[in-house]
Design a binder for this molecule. Sequence first.
Ligand SMILES: Cc1cc2nc3c(=O)[nH]c(=O)nc-3n(C[C@H](O)[C@H](O)[C@H](O)COP(=O)(O)OP(=O)(O)OC[C@H]3O[C@@H](n4cnc5c(N)ncnc54)[C@H](O)[C@@H]3O)c2cc1C
Length: 421
Amino acid sequence: MESTHYSFNRNVETYSHSDVVVIGGGPAGTAAAISAARSGKRVVLLEKSAQLGGMGTLANVSIFMPVGNVTGIYRELISEMLAEYLPEGHDQSIAPQYSPFLFRQYFNEKMKKENVQVFFHSEFVGAVREEREIKAVIVSTREGLRAFEADVFIDCTGDARVAIDAGVPYHAGREEDGLTQPMTLMFTMQDTGKPVKQVLPEGCYVYNDVADLPQGRRLYWERNGDGSLLVNMSRVKANGAKIEDVNYAETEALRQVFSIANYLQRTGFENYTIAHIAPQTGVRETNQIEGLYTLTEQDVVQGTRFPDVVAQTNYEIDIHSPDAQKTTDERKVDGYDIPYRCMVPEAFDNLLVAGRAISATHVAMSSMRVQATCYALGQAAGAAAAISLDGGGAMKDVPMAKLHAELARQGVRFLGQSIEV
Ligand SMILES: Cc1cc2nc3c(=O)[nH]c(=O)nc-3n(C[C@H](O)[C@H](O)[C@H](O)COP(=O)(O)OP(=O)(O)OC[C@H]3O[C@@H](n4cnc5c(N)ncnc54)[C@H](O)[C@@H]3O)c2cc1C
């Protein structure tokens, strides 16, 4: 079918003007909003769903993978919500499992305390650009389209939605074929103390062996010690930023979930029933902006250190097969820095991209994508936005000494620094 294009001109009323608008309330977005607010800025946080926490709550990815530096806002979340896991020094690793429901509630209260104005059910639809600046974002709200103006915008949509709409160059997935990591629908099961009725709804599969499973492995966690089982075992070949892929993923992943649960009930979890299925299938990888610096596999493997470091991690290279084969490429890494420049699109003076959509290659993003790292990137982005507004210049010119000083003031420590600094 020949495609038709429409020009869509509308007069859109401005809803508010703030210092900083953060788009997307996942790990990067919540940290960016808190950080900018702590630096004294008026902050609006726009979230298209009804909850904060991003994949960590919405997609029930309710476990933190270890990164080797428990610092800043991430450390604070651990101390406030999972104190029993808080390491004494920051340069350690933890991998706590948590309740996505408690975190959802926690974020609401936290944002109130931090004076961040949160707008739920507010989905970014377009950027208003004037030369090197974004003037406003157009947002679909329950009252229709509204414009949210600000002096700095931080794109934390995970998909670089704002940056791409504004014209920032980007790439997706593997260099050779553009395939991204597959999607997974997370679910939990609960021990009921007695054998449960096994069901296999219409359309589902019979898995008999580990080799039949979508990932070719049993991947779940029981760390809460309360009879709950967090299951990460479905796998659907899809790019979560594509219309047709998402339609396919949301049905195929649900089929797999019921099939996996049925398999588990026959192979050791006879007393377990499905307790919760995430409201949406989790998205690991979609778009990466092309920023002032692109983090590479070599940086991750060699452990590159950067003078403009904003996050540190030693999380492994972790690539679920983009072809949806039953393989996962997992390679240990010793630790590396992520530079500020990965968040800066060259063509704009007042836009940053934080979280999993930063400038990184497919392999590098497989390591930097986990939640703790996204919190660290968001925190740095929020602090940088505030410095820019306080006379620090365009986002690309924010002085690193000032950014590092502000992050230190906010409790961020890099390796080699003690926690009492
Ligand atoms: C299945 C799966 C398993 C994973 N396992 C782990 C794990 O075990 N441990 C770990 O630490 N990490 C894990 N990760 C990775 C981690 O969860 C994500 O990479 C991380 O949450 C990314 O954070 P983010 O803030 O960049 O984006 P996201 O978490 O994707 O958050 C983006 C937010 O922006 C919102 N948004 C998107 N578009 C718009 C728009 N147009 N307007 C307004 N809001 C918008 C979304 O609703 C969402 O709230 C996993 C991910 C998946 C999918």
